[in-house]
Design a protein around this ligand. Structure first.
Ligand code: FA5
Length: 340
């Protein structure tokens, strides 16, 4: 074996070691400056690799193509390693800049707020709660039994026309039909069925009516039902409770009007209006619970009496905030909603 021969053999193992060391070295690098130094060391003019290629004539002629090809393969491989690392360092720098740029002013998060109707529901419920009423909720999809029959509004009763109804498109089940409740009054029967007197409860919730909308009527709106049952409740209790509620919500100076009204499930029945824009706006219907309703849930009307009322929430919000059209509440216009 001549000298050139043994030199060729040696260079292959040196190239392989060189490649391994270059790979190990670049692994540890995470600064651009260090990467530049790595490039000079392994790919620069004075690197072992450049020397091998420059001195290729010193090797055996038959080995030269193999050595040249191996050295170029390693040059390409290390060149790729360099580019990959360069990209990693660049990306790291960018993301750390983005995350830690303390000089930027903070972004103000868009914090939501309660809808004015929700705010009003809470205010009204808390007014009644301070008068000793508990708060309950009930189903929006209701049986006609609770919405009408148990409230002394039998089938074919003309009073059913007062609540033009959105019926659920389902077969009757055992003679019962489903609907979107037209008022919160069905909860009167549901609560009396499950509880014994004394009862003092308010029930907020959505109602739906198949009716044309105008500035004081929506096809869906919220009511707060009230129910009080005890052994000795009379009309002055109803009036006193509603006056107290009105004073809490509208202040003691606001004018209030009571008028007789007709609801089949109360006797006598009234409605209450509030002085608004030199006119009256009706905010609730009320009355003494009809003996037939007490009987239908198994209460003895000789022993128990009570009163009930149904407050229109949107109308109260309109009066409180000076809103001239009920349809603003459900227009989803942020210019309106962000005022509350
Ligand atoms: C009723 O719904 C009865 N259930 C109230 C009641 C309860 C009477 C308990 C006696 C005892 P009325 O349809 O009048 O009644 O509605 C009550 C209130 O809901 C109204 O005074 C009004 O403030 C509100 N309201 C009624 N219809 C609408 C509507 N389409 N849009 C907005 N608010 C309405």
């Amino acid at each position: 074996m001549n000298l050139k021969d043994s030199k060729s053999k040696l260079v292959f193992s040196e190239l392989s070691d060189f490649k391994k060391i270059a790979e190990i070295d670049i692994e540890k690098i995470n600064q651009a400056q260090d990467l530049e130094e790595w490039k000079i060391k392994y790919l620069g003019r004075k690197s072992f690799l450049t020397n091998v290629l420059r001195d290729i004539k010193n090797y055996d002629i038959s080995e030269r193509p193999a050595i040249g090809s191996e050295a170029n393969k390693i040059r390409k491989f290390l060149g790729n390693l360099f580019e990959e690392k360069q990209n990693i360092i660049k990306n790291n720098q960018q993301s750390s800049l983005g995350a830690f740029d303390y000089s930027l002013s903070g972004r103000i998060p868009n914090i939501g707020r309660l809808h004015p109707v929700t705010q009003t529901i809470r205010e009204v419920c808390s007014a009644f709660s301070s008068l000793g009423f508990q708060i309950q909720e009930g189903p929006e999809v209701e049986w006609d039994l609770y919405n009408f029959d148990l409230l002394n509004i039998p089938k074919n009763h003309p009073a059913r026309d007062m609540w033009d109804t959105l019926w659920i498109d389902e077969e009757e089940i055992e003679g019962k039909k489903m609907l979107l409740r037209t008022h919160t009054s069905p909860m009167q029967a549901r609560i009396m069925e499950k509880n014994d007197p004394p009862i003092r409860v308010v029930i907020p919730g959505k109602c739906y009516r198949y009716e044309a909308t105008d500035s004081t009527h929506e096809w869906h709106f919220n009511q707060i039902e009230g129910l009080a049952i005890d052994t000795n409740l009379n009309f002055t209790d109803l009036k006193g409770t509603l006056y107290d509620f009105a004073r809490k919500i509208f202040g003691s100076e606001r004018k209030i009007r009571f008028r007789c009204d007709y609801f089949p499930f109360v006797e006598p029945g009234v409605d209450m209006s509030i002085d608004w824009n030199n006119d009256w706006i009706e905010i609730l219907g009320a009355g003494m619970v009809h003996p037939k309703v007490l009987e239908s849930v198994g209460y003895d009307p000789e022993k128990y009496s009570g009163f009930a009322f149904g407050v229109g929430v949107e109308r109260i919000a309109m009066i409180r905030h000076g809103i001239d059209d009920i349809r603003h509440f459900y227009g989803n216009d942020m210019r309106f909603l962000s005022q509350f």
